[in-house]
Ligand binder design. Structure first.
Ligand code: BGC
Length: 748
């Protein structure tokens, strides 16, 4: 028996070794073959050529303060440029690539980057809207289309996804991310990476760049570029999680952020860049700075000249200098002076070359310049996906008297500028999106009404046509490029144009407010006057058809908020996964000022409720859904067994969800937990799973979630990520503020 036993053990070990190798080699960042090529090339490089790989310049329209630099062809020919961005088109990129590949001594190709954020030419809803779909598979498809179109124009690197957790609606860039929850953002981050990068085996795969590392979304007072102070634990629990998820999914690059994090600028922060990213996570992709963010460390106050800024950036772990020109000017000299070890430069170059090999740029440096993403009309499949994404992104916030979907309507009055504003539908980052590709609400509704014998009028103001309409649609909102996105923080976050709701209220007709916005806006003053409210975000090129399908019930809204809508701006930052306090409000009535000490000395405002107007996870449907109380497969489990990864320690939590309405609908089933009795305080709720399920009218389905170490572990008082003994509540429900919990205990 014995020899057979050893043979068996040997075979198992061999199998594991091979499986491990395969798993590792499945990411090009871990590929030994690529590393060999990198080493071979690195050996041939001069210091100047190494530094050249670390320089990136904007060669097209500036997406930050411009430098007006010229002379790239000459620089590329002598190996002084590693990457260009904002240069668009196969012909244009090929022209530069020919110089790099044919004229530079080592023939190293350039990598061309661009902000392809929610589509390239086919514009989908902006990212906060895409997140509201709670549909990672759909988001992956949108990223796939973006990759195909962008690569056709020579772009092989997108500065996306932005996975900055944002808890403050004043911050304009909340539009570019996934909202306030790290679990949801992690699932979506992975989807973007899969969509952009595919299997990294085809010329239409493009590198993802996960940004802005890290903490950028925590800008104090929601003011863009502002200071951030984040405890080590909150950093790991909240802000780092989606970055880690994207790194594990194989994202080829990271972008370091503008903000200072705990007094150290994020673009010169050895703790986050070297300790966490490289050491703890073993990340082997490349890190690019944000636009001149290395230079900005001088303004932050940790470098008194450009040379020191370059030194601090490279030593902290920023591989590539975006548009700063600091590495170009100072890095070689810093190495020669002994201030920066050559090994540090070598590692940075390795990271850049690894990405270029992973993308296959050495074998296929050129785009096919007989094609362009601008040839002809968009493919029907791309439009169809854009429409589906928009329909799934819409969040129905209010629907009194079931005014939606519209039925038995003979005359519609549409007021407000957004019904006919093609540009605005494209959002704040529209890459190569074209207003001409947008079907506006006006276009789509006119066609629908003509086909269905409905009269429709359009006006920008509260025209008299509203007086005899059956329903008034008010289409108003933020302007995408001025009011949302980068450098567009607001202190008054009401919905621009909302006064139209007041004005048409005098006609005493049902009012449907279509709110176009890049952030959670304060709807409190107008909410009572609107019969229905549909949050439409900036929906992309299929805005009109998606809105019409939703208004008339061909599509049933299934979007759910991923960022809390405040009652008042003074509540910001506002997020559902907050800690309790020592003085939670309990049953105190917060709708009026306190009248007794018992009502007053709580963590509350005297002039506003604590809760949001619409919470995280919230959204109505034309169907209604009922949840049974969740059942747990065991009333207790053990921390020790969970931490050991023992499958027997896992607990299943199940519930039945029923569509109690009279039409089919999709529900986003959300799984939350709360832990008490732990060594550090845990949030009052945390999302740990979700499923988007389709239910026919009257249909029920059982949903099943697992509680494993992954859901229960947290960074404890000793800064170890473990599960601890605790009393646990679990919810399976439709939003972060509803549901009846079941309970279980984690014993030691
Ligand atoms: C933004 C980045 C963007 C970069 C390049 C910066 O201003 O912060 O998100 O990727 O510009 O356009």
């Amino acid at each position: 028996m014995k020899p057979f036993y050893f043979l068996k053990v040997f075979c198992v070990l061999m199998f594991c070794a091979v499986a491990n190798l395969c798993a590792q080699s499945s990411s090009p960042l871990q590929s030994a073959a690529i590393d060999q090529k990198v080493e071979k090339l690195l050996k041939q490089m001069t210091l100047e050529e190494k530094v050249g790989q670390l320089n990136q310049y904007s060669a097209g329209a500036a997406t930050g303060p411009g430098t007006g630099r010229t002379g790239y062809p000459e620089m590329i020919a002598v190996g002084q440029v590693g990457s260009l961005f904002n240069l668009i088109g196969a012909k244009q990129t090929n022209e530069m690539q020919h110089i790099a590949v044919e004229k530079s001594r080592l023939h190293i190709p350039l990598i061309f980057g661009l902000d392809v954020i929610h589509g390239y030419r086919t514009e989908f809803p902006m990212p906060l809207g895409l997140a509201a779909t709670w549909d990672p598979a759909l988001i992956e498809q949108t990223a796939r289309i973006a990759a195909k179109e962008a690569s056709t124009d020579g772009i092989r690197w997108t500065f996306s996804p932005m996975v900055d957790i944002a808890r403050d609606a004043r911050w304009g860039r909340i539009t570019e991310g996934e909202g306030e929850d790290p679990y949801l953002a992690s699932e979506i981050a992975k989807a973007y990476v899969r969509g952009y990068q595919g299997n990294l085996d085809s010329p239409d795969d493009i590198a993802a760049c996960v940004k802005h590392y890290v903490g950028y979304g925590a800008a104090e007072a929601g003011r863009d570029y502002n200071t951030t102070e984040i405890s080590d634990r909150t950093l790991r629990e909240i802000y780092l999680r989606p970055f880690k998820a994207a790194a594990d999914a194989g994202a080829l690059s990271f972008m370091s952020a503008f903000n200072s994090l705990n007094e150290v600028p994020a673009s010169a922060n050895p703790f986050t860049l070297r300790q966490v990213l490289r050491h703890d996570w073993g990340y082997k992709g490349m890190v690019v700075s944000d636009w001149q963010s290395l230079w900005e460390i001088e303004a932050h106050g940790i470098a008194n000249d450009d040379r020191t800024a370059a030194e601090k950036g490279i030593l902290a772990g920023v591989d590539m200098d975006m548009e700063g020109n600091l590495y170009h000017t100072h890095l070689a000299e810093l190495v020669e002076a002994g201030a920066v070890p050559m090994s540090v430069v070598d590692d940075a170059v390795r990271n850049v070359l690894r990405v270029k090999f992973a993308l296959g740029l050495f074998d296929h440096p050129y785009a096919d310049d007989t094609k362009t993403a601008f040839d002809g009309p968009l493919p029907a499949a791309s439009r169809e996906l854009a429409r589906k994404a928009a329909e799934e992104a819409f969040v129905l916030l209010k629907n009194e008297h079931a005014v939606l979907p519209l039925t038995g309507i003979h005359k519609i009055a549409v007021v407000g500028p957004m019904a006919d504003n093609a540009d605005n539908m494209l959002g704040s980052w529209d890459a190569q999106g074209k207003a001409n590709d947008v079907v506006t609400l006006r276009n789509a509704l006119t066609a629908y009404c003509a086909a269905h014998n409905i009269a429709v009028s359009f006006s920008a103001d509260a025209s008299a046509a509203s007086a005899d309409a059956d329903v008034i649609l008010v289409a108003v909102g933020e302007t995408a490029s001025e009011m949302t996105g980068e450098a567009a923080s607001r202190t008054r976050i009401g919905l621009p144009g909302a006064e139209l709701v007041d004005e048409v209220a005098k006609f005493n007709k049902p009012i449907v407010l279509l709110a176009f916005a890049g952030r959670p806006v304060v709807l409190t003053p107008i909410e009572p006057k609107a019969t229905a409210i549909l949050e439409a975000w900036f929906p992309g090129i299929e805005a009109g058809p998606a809105l019409v399908a939703t208004l008339f019930g061909e599509a049933n809204p299934s979007g759910r908020l991923t960022a809390s809508f405040p009652r008042s701006v003074g509540q910001e930052p506002l997020y559902y996964n907050a800690l309790s306090t020592g003085r939670p409000v309990g049953n105190v009535d917060l709708t009026r000022p306190p009248t007794t000490g018992l009502e007053k000395y709580h963590s509350r405002y005297i002039d506003e409720q604590n809760s949001p107007l619409y919470p995280f996870g919230y959204g109505l449907s034309y169907s209604t859904f009922e949840f049974s109380t969740p059942q747990v497969s065991a009333s207790s489990t053990s921390a020790k067994a969970l931490n050991a990864g023992d499958a027997k320690a896992e607990v299943h939590v199940t519930a039945t969800v029923k569509n109690t309405g009279n039409r089919p609908g999709d529900e986003v089933v959300q799984f939350y937990i709360r832990q008490r009795g732990t060594s550090v305080a845990r949030p009052v709720r945390e999302l740990k799973g979700f499923q988007k399920i389709a239910l026919a009218a009257g249909e029920s389905k059982q949903v099943d979630f697992k509680l494993t170490r992954q859901q229960l572990a947290f960074w404890n008082i000793d800064m170890k990520e473990v599960a601890e003994p605790a009393k646990v509540q679990v919810w399976i429900t439709g939003d972060s503020a509803s549901g009846t919990p079941a309970e279980l205990e984690i014993k030691p």
